[in-house]
Design a protein around this ligand. Structure first.
Ligand code: NAD
Length: 296
């Protein structure tokens, strides 16, 4: 049994922390929301009173927080993880944050004598609850190897993407591609329908032709062809348009700093910002179909 501090028990963190507790570890749960801590205690974790109480006896610290500023505060703040963790503690940040902050916090961890990796996930709330997440990790081989047994409990696929921050790089590049092919898929289905070709027939043809892609075959934004897709539940999320926009913004910030041309990533960010401006960003990200077909 390992003592694990788990900080950030929101939609994702609660399932992940519960799975670690179920596997027999002592999980010391911390969140600024009392309700979130109570839910974790009900799921077999130990409620922590503050950061020191959560991390001082822990061998592993796992965080699942909204954004880079929260990660900087939780690790580097005056009452943060770095101020209270034992030397040699392994820190695993599973939040999706900007690459620059991920690299900065990991290098500060090393200066404090701690090991740390970035390990953002895909798989959503369902994957967090079921323990089937995909982890994309950045950091030293040694830190990755130490983290892997814990990531294996929370996930099904665990990848080492290279040095610190490379987990975030893999995550934002993947989600930028997802946003782009979702919008392209919406355009194709909408044009087909306007020209008199129904969604199912177009799906049957294109899903076995060169236009085939994940947004089409696993998550079809046109209602009908893929029964499990959010398009059949009026685009109830799923993975919200707001979360897609967050990841597209992270990708654009990174592209600017790396001077990488991402013209379609830029367009995708602009289109998802229109979902936000219309206050429809709580829809599933495939709900961008409504923007494309004029029904938003
Ligand atoms: P969430 O907002 O539901 O949970 C975040 C939790 O962090 C909240 O409970 C909040 O109270 C807590 N928190 C914030 N500041 C804190 C602090 N200083 N100390 C302690 N706790 C603090 O978010 P989520 O949906 O669980 O997502 C977490 C991360 O995972 C995000 O970076 C998100 O982009 C990423 N992610 C989410 C999904 C998804 O489907 N929800 C999928 C993949 C990745």
């Amino acid at each position: 049994m390992t003592t694990i501090a788990f900080i950030g028990l929101g939609n994702m963190g609660i399932g992940m922390a519960s799975n670690l507790a179920k596997a027999g570890h002592e999980v010391r749960a911390l969140d600024i929301s009392r309700d979130a801590v109570d839910r974790a205690v009900a799921a077999g974790c130990v409620g922590a009173k503050g950061t020191e109480d959560a991390v001082k006896t822990a061998d592993v610290v796992i965080t699942m927080l909204p954004a880079g500023k929260h990660v900087e505060l939780v690790y580097g703040g005056a009452d943060g993880v770095f101020a209270h963790a034992k030397a040699g503690t392994l820190c695993i940040d599973c939040s999706t944050i900007d690459v620059a902050t991920a690299r900065k916090v990991i290098s500060e961890a090393h200066l404090q004598g701690l090991n740390m990796i970035d390990a953002p996930v895909s798989g959503g709330v369902g994957g967090a609850a079921a323990g089937t997440l995909t982890f994309m990790c950045g950091g030293t081989g040694e830190a990755f190897g130490a983290a892997k047994p814990f990531l294996d409990i929370m996930g099904k696929n665990v990848f080492h993407a290279g040095d610190a921050g490379n987990g975030q790089v893999a995550k934002i590049c993947n989600n930028m591609l997802l946003g782009i092919h979702m919008i392209g898929t919406c355009e194709a289905f909408n044009l087909a329908e306007k020209l008199g070709l129904d969604a199912q027939t177009f799906y049957d043809i294109s899903s076995t032709a060169s236009g085939q892609n994940w947004s089409m075959t696993s998550y079809c934004p046109a209602p009908g062809p893929v029964p499990s897709a959010p398009s059949n539940k009026d685009y109830q999320a799923g993975f919200t348009a707001a979360m897609m926009l967050k990841d597209l913004r992270l990708a654009q910030d990174a592209a600017t700093s790396a001077r990488a041309a991402t013209p379609l990533g830029t367009q995708s960010e602009a289109l998802y910002s229109l979902m936000e401006a219309a206050a429809k960003d709580d829809l599933d990200f495939s709900g961008i179909m409504k923007l494309i077909n004029g029904s938003l």
